[in-house]
Design a protein around this ligand. Structure first.
Ligand code: GLU
Length: 412
């Protein structure tokens, strides 16, 4: 018997791709140029908190590496948590730039960086955290704390990588100077870059990343601790921007071929989120010319294709929401007949629409109706609103309504 079908499947992907040695490790950060190119790992975290992590060789799953640009979505989430979307959007846009990560893409009119996934946007987002007056250490502390909450363990900064990047940060420094000249950031350029690079140098494992991504996929509710780490609205916003701008100049192609909102980092990782379903992370240090890990990209392609994870793939919906409508003998008050409507499965917008339609077309034998929810698994907000409206609609029409909800799937 197989140990575990998911773990075995992930391992098979790693083995299939192990001979792919294309790409080069990032060399513009000296410390990364020395990285071992071999490690190869993948992790999935379901929105109910199950983690599957596999590495090609021993130690790959436990290996810590710097988060780099995969920090950008999470820092954006923190800025949105501290401010309103309106305020953040005054400083950073949400349009894909279609350019390389370190391009100076500013909106021609407003001079805002195009989005928070490119460096200019990420430096600006970093500056919004912990208030304008915050010293670098306190701002970074806030970020490390937030990332630790997402990873459900205490994270720390790889100071060696951080210092080596600061020494070679002319490009980011020039972005900061430009941002300052347009009043997009307040700190001295050096401080702004140092703060951003420390954010990029937080150490994570592939499982940490999958869990962090799963929190976004789960509407901001941490899949393991159950804590609401950021609001649903923030999680939605971050993933929407990842979907359009997460893969830099390859974002459109990525969305069409892989269809998973994602963000890559030059250390060799890629994170992905599937709203309501999964957080995904893959890691291997060799990069293609756009700065994305070659093997990690292939892992995502496999997952998308083999496990049907493309966001735009039209999956056939589950069971029909109305299980059956039947009549039973009722009391005299029921005029002898009671109609029972049995619902089932998950009640969302589609199910709610189908229930309304089925019931409106039904010819009722009496004005006594019982709605049975005992075979319903879950009702989301829209589903609940639609059920309530249906119920009230019937009552207003003079029906005597009864509800059976033994498991309490409705909120009140
Ligand atoms: N710290 C890196 C930089 O700013 C991150 C780039 C990346 O991971 O894409 O250059």
């Amino acid at each position: 018997m197989k140990d575990d079908i998911v773990a075995d499947y992930l391992r098979e992907i790693l083995i299939e791709l192990q001979d792919n040695s294309e790409g080069e490790v990032a060399d513009y950060i000296p410390q990364l140029a020395d990285a071992d190119p071999e490690p190869f790992s993948v992790a999935l975290c379901t929105t109910d908190g199950q983690i599957y992590a596999q590495g090609l060789n021993e130690g790959d799953v436990e290996l810590e590496f710097t988060i780099q640009s995969m920090s950008k979505p999470f820092a954006y989430a923190l800025a949105l948590k501290e401010h309103t979307l309106k305020k953040v959007a005054r400083f950073v846009g949400m349009e894909p730039s279609g350019e390389a990560f370190n391009e100076l893409s500013l909106d021609g009119e407003t001079k805002r960086p195009m989005n928070p996934m490119i460096n200019a946007g990420a430096i600006t987002v970093n500056q919004l955290i912990n208030g304008e007056e915050s010293p670098v250490e306190e701002r970074v502390e806030k970020i490390v704390e937030f990332f630790s909450e997402l990873a459900d363990r205490t994270l720390s900064i790889d100071m060696a990588t951080c210092n080596s990047e600061i020494e070679t940060s002319d490009r980011n420094m020039s972005l900061a100077h430009m941002l300052r000249s347009y009043d997009m950031i307040q700190d001295e350029s050096h401080d702004a870059v140092e703060s951003y690079i420390q954010q990029c140098s937080i150490k994570v494992t592939v499982s940490d990343l999958a869990m962090m991504a799963a929190t976004l996929a789960n509407g901001g509710e941490h899949p393991v601790t159950g804590k609401q780490v950021c609001s649903k609205r923030v999680a939605l916003q971050v993933q929407a921007v990842m979907a359009s701008a997460g893969m830099y100049d390859g974002a459109g192609r990525w969305m069409a071929s892989v269809g998973i909102p994602a963000k890559s980092g030059v250390s060799g990782g890629i994170i992905g989120t599937l709203p309501g379903r999964l957080g995904i992370a893959a890691f291997s240090p060799k990069l293609d010319s756009s700065g994305n890990s070659v093997r990690a990209c292939r892992v995502f392609e496999h997952l998308s294709r083999d496990m049907g994870l493309h966001l735009m793939a039209a999956e056939k919906r589950g069971r029909v929401a109305v299980r059956n409508i039947s009549t039973v003998e009722g009391s005299a008050a029921d005029k002898g007949i009671k109609t029972i409507i049995r619902l089932q499965g998950d009640i969302d917008f589609n199910a709610g629409e189908k229930i309304w339609r089925t019931i409106r077309e039904h010819e009722f034998a009496s004005k006594s109706v019982l709605v049975d929810l005992d075979k319903v698994d879950e009702v989301n907000d829209v589903g609940e609103r639609m059920l309530r409206e249906l119920y009230e609609h019937f009552e207003a029409d003079g029906y005597q309504m009864e509800l059976v909800d033994s498991d309490g799937v409705l909120s009140r």
